[in-house]
Design a protein around this ligand. Structure first.
Ligand SMILES: [Cu+2]
Length: 285
């Protein structure tokens, strides 16, 4: 596989791009995402390579050994070298896939001793609160906070090139924190389980985030926006937040669009979504 790519002078990303990323949203916006992306594309190419080989052999056999007359062909079985080959080859393939998967998974789950920024993600029915913390764990303090409402999409501003630690907790049921461009999601549990993960962002921009765990009636409305900025801008944003400014004002202060651009609040007024014909009254009213 590596040889094939060296010969053709293509990177894994070129291969991915040529095939629409095989269903993934591009290379992602974190260092961790890039690793997962490369593993995903390489695995898909490996699978297709094996697949083409197998399909080729099937069709070759079908055509080469098709029935030509009533005479019974030579009956062979237990070709030892063949038996060994098709036992050893799949085991090798699985071993290689396992090896790279274990490496990438370990890297994605890796936690550093000193993250640059800790964010507490608080999920609730049906919105998000993001708390900027002064340290790790439940005992740390929130120094600035952002919360979404039915009218305003919550915006999570974070710096690129820094180690960001997410600590998740839910106020009610299980939710799931998901930024598709991170190629990653993790469940947000209520109670004592505090899920933690870290990323280093490297894509600057605005990205939609969603709840990825069916959590109730307005689950689909649980959107947020991740805004990634340069570290000095982030410092400025956080300072403004600490000084008591709203998230919108703090965003304006660093020259960013104050409201979400990747998603909009949904209409939570049930009347607009009623299945009943307009001007009717529910039974019993
Ligand atoms: Cu949810």
């Amino acid at each position: 596989m590596t040889l094939l790519m060296l010969l053709s002078g293509c990177s894994i990303e070129d291969w991915g791009k040529a095939f629409g990323h095989f269903g993934w949203p591009g290379r992602g916006i974190t260092l961790q995402a890039h690793e997962m992306y490369d593993l995903w594309i390489a695995s898909t190419i490996a699978a297709l390579t094996v697949g083409i080989g197998v399909w080729g052999l099937i069709f070759w056999c079908v055509i080469r050994y098709r029935k030509r007359g009533e005479e019974l062909p030579v009956q062979t079985r237990f070709n030892m070298p063949m038996e060994i080959l098709y036992t050893v080859t799949p085991v090798l393939i699985v071993a290689v896939l396992f090896y790279y998967t274990a490496i990438v998974q370990t890297n994605v789950d890796k936690l550093s001793k000193n993250p640059d920024q800790v964010v507490e993600v608080v999920a609730f029915k049906w919105n998000w609160q993001f708390n900027y913390r002064d340290g790790m764990g439940e005992e740390a303090n929130t120094v600035a906070s952002t919360v979404g409402s039915s009218d305003v999409i919550p915006i999570l501003v974070l710096p690129v090139g820094r180690k960001i630690r997410f600590e998740e907790t839910s106020k009610d049921v299980i939710h799931s924190f998901w930024v598709p461009e991170m190629l990653f999601k993790r469940d947000v549990f209520p109670g004592s389980v505090r899920n933690v993960f870290e990323v280093t962002l490297d894509g600057e921009g605005r990205y939609v985030g969603r709840c990825a765990e069916l959590c109730g009636t307005y689950h689909a409305f649980m959107n947020f926006e991740l805004v990634t900025v340069q570290p000095p801008q982030f410092e400025q944003f956080l300072a403004a937040k600490k000084a008591g400014k709203s998230t919108q004002d703090a965003l304006t202060a660093i020259g960013k669009e104050p409201y979400a651009t990747t998603t909009t609040p949904f209409n939570t007024r049930r009347q607009a979504h009623t299945w009943n014909a307009p001007e009717t009254q529910a039974a019993g009213k």
